[in-house]
Write a protein of this length. Structure first.
Lengths: 98, 91
């Protein structure tokens, strides 16, 4: 599934023009991105939470050369699905390879 | 930001009724959830992808009692942020 399918679903549900539905979907994802960029978490009830984790710097190794390097502090995005979504997925239909 | 705050923001930015904004936001996440439920991954350009992984059944232990238990096979969901979003978050 891609964004086009989500746009189609929004178009069917609220009866706006397709172009308008595409703008709505883009605006939803851009709003989420903007909050995450600002370090804020985004909690979608029944779906899951997008969180920003602050990773502390640590020592690592270049696996190719064996050289020791510092892995700098960074922020990473994680997603924790809600219990409802986890259960829906767990008990769902087999994975479609396509 | 909660879903309710997201709905308000969408309503305000796009001059939609709160009801339409609510339906739209719910439809976005319901359709992603439905796709995953029926076994299809979801790929969103510029955002990331929601994928599925099969976990085989395995023998585990009850950490409290040490007793052996079978853990059933299951399907789990994972999210991988797209490159652009990863870079926006880590600035």
């Amino acid at each position: 599934m891609t964004k086009a399918d989500i746009v189609e679903a929004v178009y069917r549900e609220i009866g706006v023009a397709k172009k308008e539905a595409a703008i709505i979907v883009d605006t939803v994802f851009e709003a989420i991105r903007a909050k995450l960029e600002g370090g804020e978490s985004v909690k979608i009830s029944r779906f899951g939470n997008f969180n920003i984790r602050n990773k502390v710097p640590r020592r690592g190794r270049n696996p190719k050369t064996g050289e020791e390097i510092e892995i700098t502090a960074r922020k990473v995005l994680t997603f924790k699905p809600s219990q409802i979504l986890r259960e829906r997925v767990r008990d769902g239909e087999p994975i479609d390879a396509s | 930001m909660t879903k309710s705050a997201l709905i308000s923001l969408i309503a305000q930015q796009l001059k939609l009724s709160r009801k339409d904004a609510e339906t739209a936001v719910n439809t976005v996440f319901d359709s992603i959830g439905h796709s995953l439920e029926v076994g299809n991954r979801v790929e969103l350009r510029g955002f990331g992808s929601f994928g599925l992984k099969e976990r085989r059944s395995r023998e585990g232990r009850n950490p409290k009692t040490g007793e052996r238990v079978m853990v059933d096979a299951k399907r789990v969901l994972f999210f991988k942020a797209g490159k652009a979003l990863r870079e926006r978050v880590d600035h």
